[in-house]
Design a protein around this ligand. Sequence first.
Ligand SMILES: [Zn+2]
Length: 232
Amino acid sequence: MALRIFDTDPDAKPKPKSTDYGYDFQFRSGMQKNRKPISLANWRVLSGRPDVSDAIAQLMGGSVSEWDPSKEMNLEVLTETNSIEIVIDGPDAIEDKLILWGRSGPVHECDGEFFLSPVEDKGKPCGCPKTLKDRKAAARAGRGPSPAINVTFRLAHDYDLGRGKLIATAWSMAEVIHTVKNDLERVGEPALCTLTIEKVEYTNKDGENVSFKKPVIEVLGSYNDAIAEERD
Ligand SMILES: [Zn+2]
């Protein structure tokens, strides 16, 4: 069921924002349900283009639906795939920072030690806690920034579909993203990688079962070598 308030007044329907983000679809490992964030077992892919969303559903399963008409990326596919091969051009395709969001944008944007914005503060010490434990605690309390990692990529099995973006906010990703960048640096050209939502389960020292999901990028090697092998 959907409200029919725009059937009778189509001009009042909010127009999708025309900002060009430079990418065609977005990978998410979570969503909001009843205003609470939940993590997903399979990738959720957003796009503003019906042809792209259709292709994603073809490749990764699931079906296309409109989740928020006011968003530029108004279409979503809840796919049936938790791991997919992607192509990342190099370490520069990964933008990693820490951000604390205020009501109208970032209020603290840093690399963990120095401000990245606003321009007048760039390079100045940001005053974030030194230990990872304290950083996480500050972020949880809403006083400190948390990871904002953007990865731009293409799908290895539908390269010409366009550019995708992963927006990851997990500390588990922030803790290992430097190794991914090093691996990409070592490949030195566009790299074939896997992008996976991994389920982690273990029993902690209090005997409790802990389970959570985290996005993981694994660099496999040169993309050109991989497609050359496929052709042989
Ligand atoms: Zn900081």
